[in-house]
Structures are given as structure tokens and as C-alpha cells.
Design a protein around this ligand. Structure first.
Ligand SMILES: [Ca+2]
Length: 441
């Protein structure tokens, strides 16, 4: 999915500061991207005059009221039932913008190292709860697994990450948070599209107005934390009762998540990643995003960390992923890692889902510990690093304090040119070397 250009996400999805998948991209859970939700052709004479037939009571915010009147007319003109338009928009009072802005800016993903997130993802409680849920819902998981490409443990891991296996689905009103953003916040078109999707879901009987009152602060819905347009496009009515009830029907929720991954091209039977052992003296600069076959990776000296072999994956394309540089576990990533990122475009999220899935499937824990004793760069230090790399001509990209792939690749080039271990991992010692080099220019 095309990456969003805003820090947009459901609560609880994570982008490690060391590992931002894209420098500032976030995806609202399960949302496939800024494709326009299907909109019926406008009936020619349906355009209401200004104010339209709605006449909402004032919210107390003139800008919001003005937007709402116009948007209601637009929604009705696009074919949404007037009663639905009214039900979705009537009585809304915009969220205080400072509160909403804080929610966007204070997401844990921007301050946590990736291993904090990975470790909490596979906490003993989350693993044991997941195993219990797999056992309790064995018939549903069997049917979902038979109907869609991903294995049950991956679907269960997403369920666990998004809503603690359905235990927490949010208490915000999706129309309220989306309308607030559309009217006086960020990303008008995107949020209006999500509101139109809600109206369409109500109009076609998939969901009720009241169900949309159980959403995250960003408007993500139900046990799978789908944005409304994702529910419209990928939601499934697995028990065929006429409703896509991802809030309280775990079959609908799990089938919807599995369908989403299938639709984005999940490779049935292929792994998401395999932990790899790296030999002494290895050229870490190979971990720069290039894709080679597993056979070619083996020829560079890599071997599987916890298994006897890489299995039958020799011909698959993989990328060497060094989330903790040379200080922690390394992985060969496969296409399915990218499919998990369609759900949420952060390496740390996909890593957490994959690791949790592995544990739920009974596969062994990582062979190498995360380097919890390493001090992470602060956001300001990360900016200093990016600025110095740019000064030195290594092109770290935008100076945003988020160390994503671009920054890591630039650091790898710096390290390689100086015969340092080119792992692209920004320790404070490495920051010192880069700043020193930049100052000497
Ligand atoms: Ca249903």
C-alpha cells in the first residue's frame, strides 16, 4: 500500500525510532491506503442547497458546523441515505484539537527502541492468551485458514496486537474523531472518505451507527482495528448473518483480517522471516535492503539461527534485516513480511506480529537477545546524526529524528568508507564519530 505521509495510526501500533519503516509513514490499522472508498454516482437533482435538509444543531464550533453542513450535502449528493447522513453527523462535537494532536504526536512508536516493542509483543501473557484463544476458537481458525492464505498463527497474532484478542476495541466514536480531523484537523479528503465508508456500511446493512461508537482515537474499528474503508473493502461476513461484525463476532473479525492479508498477496506456505546467524567478520553492508535468494545469502556465510536448515526456502528472495545492527538478532525477511506491513507500515509492527506468530505456532524463541543495555539516541541526537550524514554527502534524507531505512543506509556507507562494522546501527559512540567527521570537514 502506498505509504501515508502522516503519523497516522491506531493506538498501539508501533514504529521504533530506530526502525521507522518509512521515515514518517504510518498506516491506520488495517487500512489499505488512500484509495477512495466506492462512491455511488451523484444523482443529478439531489444537490441540496446550502444548509441542505439537515439543519444540525450547532456544535459550538463554527468551523466544524460549516464543514458539517457542506459535507452532509456532499454525502447525500453521492447517494447516501439522508437518515444515515444525519445519524452519522448529528450531535457531533469536535474533539479538542490539542488533545487529538497529542494523540498523534505521542505515539509510543516514536520513542521506543524496536526491542521494547518486540519484547512486549511476545510477553508470556500475550503468548499464553493467544494459545488459549487459538484453542478456544479452533473451529473458527480452521475454517478461516481453509478459506484464506495466511496461517492461523499470523491471523491470531494480528488479533492479539490490534485488540488483545478482542479484549480491547476502543471507546471513541469513529464519526466524531474522523469528522474532527476532516473539519479542523489534518487530512480532510482522507477523513471524509472514511466517513463516506461508514455511511455506506450503514446503508448496506453491514453495520449499525452504534457500532461505530467503539473505535480507537484514530477511528480504527473493532477486533481487527480496520479503518472504515478497509471494513468496506475487505470486511467479511463469515457467519453469513448479513453483518460484518468485527466488533463482537470473532469469526467475522478473523476472516476479515485473513482476507485483508490474502488480498494483498500473502504467499501461502512461505515464512515471514527466518532468524539468521551471522559469522565473524561479515560484511554487514549487505543488509542495505538488497534482495537475494536464500541460496545466495547462504553463499555469503549466513546460516539459520535456530533450525537445522533454511528448509525449502533456497529459491525465495529475501532481505537481510538488522534491526539491532550487529548487536542483536538478524533476520532474512520474505515477501510475507511486506504483506504484514500492509496492515501497518512499520518494520517494528511486522516484526512483532511475526515473532508473536512464531511463538503461537510453537517455534523457538530468538537465539540472540536484544541489546537492552545499549542507549538509544534521543530524537535530537537522531536529527544531529542525520544532519551530519547529509553534511558528509551520505544523503540521510529529511532531518526528522526518525531513523528509518534511509538514515541507516547512509550510516552504513559512512561506516563502510571508514572500515567500521557497516551495520547502520546508530549508537552514541557512532554518533560521535559521525559528528567528528562532519566537524572536520
Ligand atoms: Ca456476520
Amino acid at each position: 500500500m502506498p505509504a501515508r505521509t502522516f503519523r497516522w495510526a491506531v493506538a498501539g501500533v508501533v514504529l521504533g525510532i530506530v526502525l521507522a519503516a518509512c521515515e514518517t509513514a504510518k498506516i491506520a490499522g488495517g487500512h489499505p491506503g488512500p484509495q477512495n472508498p466506492p462512491v455511488s454516482p451523484a444523482p443529478p437533482a439531489a444537490e441540496p442547497n446550502s444548509g441542505g435538509p439537515f439543519g444540525f444543531a450547532s456544535s459550538g464550533n463554527a468551523d466544524f458546523d460549516s464543514w458539517r453542513t457542506q459535507f452532509a450535502s456532499k454525502a447525500a449528493a453521492s447517494g447516501k441515505r439522508e437518515a444515515t447522513v444525519r445519524a452519522v453527523l448529528d450531535g457531533l462535537v469536535p474533539v479538542e484539537q490539542t488533545v487529538q494532536a497529542q494523540s498523534f504526536d505521542n505515539q509510543a512508536e516514536f520513542v521506543k527502541p524496536i526491542w521494547d516493542y518486540a519484547k512486549s509483543a511476545v510477553s508470556p501473557t500475550r503468548v499464553s492468551n493467544g494459545q488459549a484463544k487459538l484453542a478456544d476458537n479452533i473451529t473458527t481458525f480452521g475454517a478461516v485458514e481453509a478459506a484464506y492464505a495466511p496461517p492461523r498463527e499470523v491471523v491470531a497474532a494480528i488479533w492479539g496486537m490490534e485488540s488483545s484478542y478482542g479484549g480491547f476495541i476502543g471507546t471513541d466514536d469513529a464519526p466524531r474523531v474522523l469528522a474532527s480531523q476532516a473539519a479542523i484537523g489534518r487530512r480532510k479528503d482522507f477523513n471524509e472518505g472514511e466517513l463516506l465508508a461508514i455511511m455506506q456500511l450503514i446503508d448496506n446493512g453491514s453495520a449499525t451507527r452504534d457500532q461505530f461508537r467503539k473505535a480507537s482515537w484514530a477511528g480504527a474499528l473493532g477486533q481487527t482495528q480496520f479503518m472504515p474503508s478497509s471494513l468496506l473493502q475487505y470486511g467479511r461476513d463469515f457467519d453469513s448473518d448479513g453483518h460484518r461484525d468485527i466488533w463482537s463476532n470473532s469469526g467475522d473479525a478473523l476472516a476479515s483480517a485473513a482476507n485483508y492479508l490474502s488480498a494483498y498477496g500473502w504467499r501461502k506456505g512461505q515464512p515471514w522471516a527466518i532468524e539468521t546467524r551471522i559469522p565473524e567478520g561479515y560484511d554487514y553492508s549487505l543488509g542495505d535492503g538488497r534482495k537475494l535468494t536464500v541460496a545466495a545469502w547462504k553463499a555469503t556465510g549466513l546460516s539459520p539461527a535456530t533450525a537445522a536448515s533454511f528448509g525449502d526456502s533456497d529459491t525465495l528472495q529475501a532481505e537481510l534485516f538488522l534491526p539491532a545492527g550487529s548487536y542483536g538478532p538478524a533476520f532474512l525477511l520474505f515477501e510475507n513480511f511486506g504483506i504484514i506491513k500492509r496492515y501497518n507500515n512499520a518494520d517494528s509492527y511486522a516484526l512483532a506480529v511475526g515473532l508473536l506468530a512464531d511463538r503461537l505456532a510453537g517455534r523457538p524463541d530468538l537465539s540472540r537477545p536484544w541489546p537492552t543495555d545499549i542507549q538509544m539516541l534521543t530524537q535530537q541526537q537522531a536529527k544531529d546524526l542525520q544532519g551530519a550524514l547529509n553534511t558528509l554527502g551520505y544523503s540521510a534524507g529529511a532531518i526528522d529524528g526518525i531513523i528509518g531505512r534511509g538514515t541507516r543506509r547512509a550510516l552504513q556507507k559512512f561506516q563502510k568508507d571508514r572500515s567500521l562494522v557497516a551495520d547502520g546501527f546508530p549508537t552514541t559512540v557512532m554518533l560521535g564519530k559521525v559528528l567528528e567527521a562532519a566537524a572536520a570537514r
